[in-house]
Design a binder for this molecule. Structure first.
Ligand SMILES: [Zn+2]
Length: 194
Protein backbone atom coordinates (compact mmCIF):
# COMPACT_ATOMS: atom_id res chain seq x y z
CA UNK A 1 0.00 0.00 0.00
CA UNK A 2 1.16 3.52 -0.73
CA UNK A 3 2.36 5.38 2.37
CA UNK A 4 0.62 8.81 2.34
CA UNK A 5 3.46 10.26 4.47
CA UNK A 6 6.12 9.10 2.05
CA UNK A 7 4.50 9.09 -1.37
CA UNK A 8 6.44 7.99 -4.44
CA UNK A 9 7.80 10.92 -6.46
CA UNK A 10 6.72 11.23 -10.07
CA UNK A 11 9.36 10.83 -12.78
CA UNK A 12 10.65 14.08 -14.26
CA UNK A 13 9.66 15.22 -17.75
CA UNK A 14 12.73 16.60 -19.56
CA UNK A 15 11.68 18.88 -22.43
CA UNK A 16 14.06 20.01 -25.18
CA UNK A 17 13.84 23.78 -25.67
CA UNK A 18 13.19 23.27 -29.40
CA UNK A 19 10.27 20.93 -28.68
CA UNK A 20 8.83 23.36 -26.13
CA UNK A 21 9.19 26.29 -28.55
CA UNK A 22 7.45 24.28 -31.29
CA UNK A 23 4.50 23.42 -29.01
CA UNK A 24 4.10 27.09 -28.06
CA UNK A 25 4.22 28.08 -31.78
CA UNK A 26 1.53 25.49 -32.58
CA UNK A 27 -0.68 26.95 -29.85
CA UNK A 28 -0.16 30.54 -30.98
CA UNK A 29 -0.84 29.58 -34.61
CA UNK A 30 -4.36 28.39 -33.77
CA UNK A 31 -7.30 30.74 -33.34
CA UNK A 32 -8.78 28.23 -30.90
CA UNK A 33 -7.06 25.70 -28.71
CA UNK A 34 -4.75 22.90 -29.81
CA UNK A 35 -4.67 19.31 -28.62
CA UNK A 36 -1.62 17.15 -29.23
CA UNK A 37 0.49 14.19 -28.25
CA UNK A 38 4.16 13.38 -27.94
CA UNK A 39 6.67 10.55 -28.05
CA UNK A 40 8.72 10.50 -24.86
CA UNK A 41 11.59 8.10 -24.26
CA UNK A 42 12.80 6.83 -20.88
CA UNK A 43 15.92 8.26 -19.25
CA UNK A 44 17.40 8.19 -15.75
CA UNK A 45 14.78 9.56 -13.38
CA UNK A 46 12.19 10.31 -16.03
CA UNK A 47 11.29 10.71 -19.68
CA UNK A 48 12.57 12.96 -22.48
CA UNK A 49 10.66 14.89 -25.11
CA UNK A 50 13.77 15.20 -27.23
CA UNK A 51 12.81 17.01 -30.41
CA UNK A 52 10.06 18.93 -32.25
CA UNK A 53 9.82 15.82 -34.47
CA UNK A 54 8.42 13.95 -31.45
CA UNK A 55 5.50 16.39 -31.08
CA UNK A 56 2.32 15.17 -32.81
CA UNK A 57 -0.92 16.91 -33.68
CA UNK A 58 -3.87 15.21 -35.36
CA UNK A 59 -6.97 16.51 -37.19
CA UNK A 60 -9.21 18.24 -34.68
CA UNK A 61 -12.13 20.62 -34.32
CA UNK A 62 -11.22 23.60 -32.16
CA UNK A 63 -12.76 26.73 -30.71
CA UNK A 64 -11.64 29.20 -28.06
CA UNK A 65 -11.56 27.15 -24.87
CA UNK A 66 -11.76 23.66 -26.38
CA UNK A 67 -10.03 21.28 -28.77
CA UNK A 68 -11.33 17.82 -29.53
CA UNK A 69 -9.14 15.31 -31.35
CA UNK A 70 -11.18 12.59 -33.05
CA UNK A 71 -10.41 9.20 -31.49
CA UNK A 72 -9.87 7.64 -34.94
CA UNK A 73 -7.10 10.16 -35.67
CA UNK A 74 -5.48 9.50 -32.31
CA UNK A 75 -5.48 5.77 -33.08
CA UNK A 76 -3.90 6.55 -36.48
CA UNK A 77 -1.18 8.64 -34.76
CA UNK A 78 -0.53 5.70 -32.43
CA UNK A 79 -0.34 3.32 -35.41
CA UNK A 80 2.10 5.70 -37.16
CA UNK A 81 4.29 5.56 -34.03
CA UNK A 82 4.02 1.75 -34.06
CA UNK A 83 5.26 1.69 -37.68
CA UNK A 84 8.36 3.54 -36.45
CA UNK A 85 8.57 1.01 -33.58
CA UNK A 86 7.90 3.91 -31.16
CA UNK A 87 4.41 3.06 -29.88
CA UNK A 88 5.98 2.37 -26.44
CA UNK A 89 6.83 6.10 -26.35
CA UNK A 90 3.28 7.31 -27.06
CA UNK A 91 2.75 8.49 -23.49
CA UNK A 92 2.35 12.27 -23.66
CA UNK A 93 -0.86 14.24 -24.23
CA UNK A 94 -1.07 18.04 -24.12
CA UNK A 95 -3.44 20.89 -24.94
CA UNK A 96 -3.78 24.64 -24.58
CA UNK A 97 -6.08 26.89 -22.57
CA UNK A 98 -7.02 30.47 -23.49
CA UNK A 99 -6.28 31.68 -19.95
CA UNK A 100 -4.52 29.86 -17.18
CA UNK A 101 -2.60 26.59 -17.39
CA UNK A 102 -4.35 24.17 -15.00
CA UNK A 103 -6.09 20.79 -15.09
CA UNK A 104 -9.84 21.41 -15.33
CA UNK A 105 -12.46 18.85 -14.30
CA UNK A 106 -12.88 18.01 -18.03
CA UNK A 107 -9.11 17.48 -18.30
CA UNK A 108 -9.11 15.21 -15.26
CA UNK A 109 -11.98 13.17 -16.77
CA UNK A 110 -9.94 12.81 -20.00
CA UNK A 111 -6.90 11.75 -17.99
CA UNK A 112 -8.98 9.07 -16.26
CA UNK A 113 -10.31 7.86 -19.63
CA UNK A 114 -6.79 6.95 -20.75
CA UNK A 115 -6.78 4.27 -18.07
CA UNK A 116 -9.86 2.71 -19.66
CA UNK A 117 -7.96 2.32 -22.98
CA UNK A 118 -5.39 0.00 -21.44
CA UNK A 119 -2.71 2.64 -20.83
CA UNK A 120 -0.48 1.90 -17.83
CA UNK A 121 0.56 5.52 -17.38
CA UNK A 122 0.34 8.88 -19.13
CA UNK A 123 2.09 12.23 -18.81
CA UNK A 124 -0.16 15.26 -19.42
CA UNK A 125 0.59 18.93 -20.01
CA UNK A 126 -1.67 21.99 -20.13
CA UNK A 127 -0.33 25.22 -21.67
CA UNK A 128 -1.52 28.79 -21.49
CA UNK A 129 -0.97 30.90 -24.59
CA UNK A 130 1.91 32.72 -22.88
CA UNK A 131 3.82 29.42 -22.80
CA UNK A 132 3.40 28.73 -19.07
CA UNK A 133 2.54 25.12 -18.37
CA UNK A 134 1.61 22.53 -15.78
CA UNK A 135 2.33 18.81 -16.01
CA UNK A 136 1.03 15.74 -14.23
CA UNK A 137 1.75 12.04 -14.16
CA UNK A 138 -0.96 9.41 -13.85
CA UNK A 139 -0.46 5.71 -13.37
CA UNK A 140 -3.38 3.32 -13.83
CA UNK A 141 -1.80 -0.03 -13.05
CA UNK A 142 -0.99 -1.88 -10.78
CA UNK A 143 -2.44 0.90 -8.57
CA UNK A 144 -4.00 4.21 -9.54
CA UNK A 145 -1.65 7.08 -8.63
CA UNK A 146 -1.45 10.62 -9.88
CA UNK A 147 0.02 14.01 -9.11
CA UNK A 148 2.12 16.92 -10.33
CA UNK A 149 4.97 15.88 -12.64
CA UNK A 150 8.22 17.80 -12.17
CA UNK A 151 9.58 19.08 -15.47
CA UNK A 152 12.80 20.66 -16.68
CA UNK A 153 13.83 22.15 -19.97
CA UNK A 154 17.21 21.43 -21.51
CA UNK A 155 18.98 22.67 -24.61
CA UNK A 156 19.73 20.15 -27.32
CA UNK A 157 22.49 22.52 -28.52
CA UNK A 158 25.88 21.29 -27.34
CA UNK A 159 27.48 24.64 -28.30
CA UNK A 160 25.17 26.50 -25.87
CA UNK A 161 25.94 24.04 -23.09
CA UNK A 162 29.70 24.46 -23.65
CA UNK A 163 29.33 28.27 -23.68
CA UNK A 164 27.31 28.20 -20.43
CA UNK A 165 29.86 25.96 -18.69
CA UNK A 166 32.70 28.26 -19.77
CA UNK A 167 30.86 31.46 -18.75
CA UNK A 168 29.88 30.06 -15.35
CA UNK A 169 33.45 28.85 -14.73
CA UNK A 170 34.68 32.36 -15.55
CA UNK A 171 32.10 34.48 -13.69
CA UNK A 172 30.31 32.50 -10.99
CA UNK A 173 31.85 31.77 -7.59
CA UNK A 174 30.21 29.56 -4.99
CA UNK A 175 29.52 31.41 -1.69
CA UNK A 176 30.42 29.70 1.60
CA UNK A 177 27.54 27.53 2.91
CA UNK A 178 24.76 29.28 4.84
CA UNK A 179 24.36 27.79 8.32
CA UNK A 180 20.58 28.27 8.32
CA UNK A 181 19.14 25.20 6.69
CA UNK A 182 16.09 25.98 4.59
CA UNK A 183 13.08 23.72 4.49
CA UNK A 184 13.12 21.40 1.54
CA UNK A 185 10.00 21.17 -0.50
CA UNK A 186 9.25 17.87 -2.16
CA UNK A 187 7.84 18.30 -5.59
CA UNK A 188 6.08 15.81 -7.75
CA UNK A 189 4.71 13.68 -4.93
CA UNK A 190 2.03 11.31 -6.16
CA UNK A 191 -1.29 11.01 -4.41
CA UNK A 192 -3.62 8.06 -4.58
CA UNK A 193 -6.46 8.84 -6.99
CA UNK A 194 -9.99 7.67 -6.43
ZN1 LIG B 1 -7.98 21.77 -20.45
Amino acid sequence: MNDPYNPPVAPTLYIATDALAYMVELIRSSRGEVNGFGLISPTTGGHILASPDDVIITDQEVKPGAADAAMGDVVKAFDDAALLDRDQEFHLQWHSHPGEAYFSSTDMANVSNFGCCGAIWVASMVFARDGSLVARYDQYSPVRLGGPMPWQIFSSRADLRRRAVAQVAQHVRLAPPDRKAGTRRRSGALARQS
